[in-house]
Design a protein around this ligand. Structure first.
Ligand code: GUN
Ligand code: ZN
Length: 430
């Protein structure tokens, strides 16, 4: 059964940080996408496509923008219920809010309930793919992959590993159990349907060198997995890492020593980097994940997007919920714009949209499957109403170009702007 989805279709011709943004990101008004077997089969002009495919189910979204489903490249689904917790910086925030909540995920019923709530919030916000941390409990990983499987979503997840006495005892595994549990989860989930496993040491301060070494070995044995962790988020954290790993050259070296710095490594935050770290990250083709709502909310600092992109690093965009203050990638793009302004670079709306879709997919090594509307790609699509509130509508009304019309929704939009979300061409949620 064919499906036709019509609207203003956004397509990519290149990286808007390399070539002029409006050349790289094009908007075809009166366009339509033909979906067959969950994939994009053709893209064309609406009326022509209708007459060529008269039997297809037709979804007409008028002047709404049809974009690739948003890709959130770093999040913590177990923190859903503690989002927007007041008044702490990173280490105190982890100890006060995060760890007590994460301790609840040994209960499979609780993990399942939060996983369902979380993925429904994502779909309502137009996010079709996420890379998420879980907790130390294997059942927390099963719960998320099962919830994603029920919704047909392509997601990346992994058991968070932490064995160091810097964390509460009830949230500690060991080097061996982290290896064994992660290995069993890889065998159960990696490559099953749309699931991808990410080996997940939380960050160096919560792992012993023995655990990082075990996870480096596990990754070498399972090289098609991704690896996710945190890097240089706050200056206090960097000092802490130096005290825990006194012989390391820098924060990145605590991962590098154990084989955790290579293609497929996703480093959340990566704000306060030293020149050697930047060179190594580039030479190793690692991915940096920008989490702007989190970096302002927890007070971490300003990620220098323009510099990192000019160094040809892979950069994704992410909410980092519940350190981030929103599940919405629209809100996250707005924060990326604001952080860009504070760093001296005004990001073009086309660059923001590209980062939230293709940029994140590229950072996750999935840009051959998702993140772009192109023939052969999986049909995960988000439909954005460009006049979703009176405040946005009155501004968009004045617009003299499509990007001037889109920008108010990026800056002021939220889940109310999401008219529809499609997963593999099937309409879900919203
Ligand atoms: N660093 C280690 N764990 C976390 C976490 O859960 N959230 C954030 N923002 N940073 C971290
Ligand atoms: Zn994080």
């Amino acid at each position: 059964m064919d499906t036709l989805i019509a609207g203003q279709i956004v397509t990519y011709q290149g990286d808007p940080f390399d070539i002029p943004a409006e050349e790289a990101v094009q908007v075809q008004s009166d366009g339509a996408i033909l979906v067959r077997d969950g994939k994009v089969a053709a893209i064309g002009e609406r009326d022509q496509m209708r007459s060529r495919h008269p039997d297809a189910t037709f979804h007409d979204h008028g002047r709404a923008l049809v974009v690739p489903g948003f890709v959130d490249a770093h999040a913590h689904y177990p923190q859903t219920a503690i989002i927007a917790s007041w008044g702490k910086r990173l280490i105190d925030w982890l100890n006060t809010y995060t760890f007590p909540e994460e301790a609840k995920f040994g209960d499979p019923a609780y993990a399942e309930a939060i996983a369902n709530t979380y993925l429904d919030l994502l779909l309502a916000s137009g996010t079709t793919t996420v890379t998420s941390f879980c907790t130390i409990h294997p059942v927390s990983v099963d719960a998320l992959f099962e919830a994603a499987e029920r919704r047909g979503m392509r997601i990346v997840a992994g058991k968070t590993c932490m064995d160091r006495d810097t964390t509460p005892e009830n949230l500690r595994d060991t080097a061996q159990s982290a290896y064994d549990d992660s290995k069993a989860l890889i065998n159960r989930w990696h490559g099953k349907g749309r699931a991808t496993y990410a080996i997940t040491p939380r960050f160096s301060p919560t792992s012993t060198p023995e655990q990082l070494d075990a996870l480096g070995r596990l990754w070498a044995e399972n090289p098609t997995c991704l690896m996710q962790t945190h890097l240089s988020e706050q200056t206090d954290e960097i000092e802490w890492v130096k005290s825990l790993y006194p012989t390391a050259r820098d924060y990145l070296d605590t991962y590098e020593q154990f084989g955790l710095v290579r293609e497929g490594a996703l480093f959340g935050h990566a704000i306060h980097l030293e020149p050697r770290e930047i060179s190594r990250l580039r030479e190793s083709d690692c991915s940096l994940i920008h989490c702007p709502t989190s970096n302002t909310f927890i007070g971490s600092g300003l990620f220098d997007m323009a510099a990192r992109k000019s160094e040809a690093l892979r950069v994704g965009l992410a909410t980092d919920t519940g350190g981030g203050s929103s599940f919405s990638m629209l809100r996250t793009m707005a924060a990326a714009y604001e952080v860009g302004q504070l760093s001296g670079a005004a990001l073009h709306p086309a660059q923001l949209l590209w980062l939230a879709t293709r940029g994140s997919a590229h950072a996750m090594h999935m840009d051959d499957k998702i993140g772009t509307i192109e023939v052969g790609m999986e049909a995960d699509l988000t439909v954005i109403n460009l006049a979703s509130t009176p405040a946005i509508a009155q501004r968009a009304n004045r617009a003299e170009s499509v990007w001037e019309e889109v920008f108010p929704t990026i800056m002021m939009g939220d889940d109310r702007a999401i008219d529809a979300t499609y997963v593999m061409g099937a309409r879900v949620g919203a």
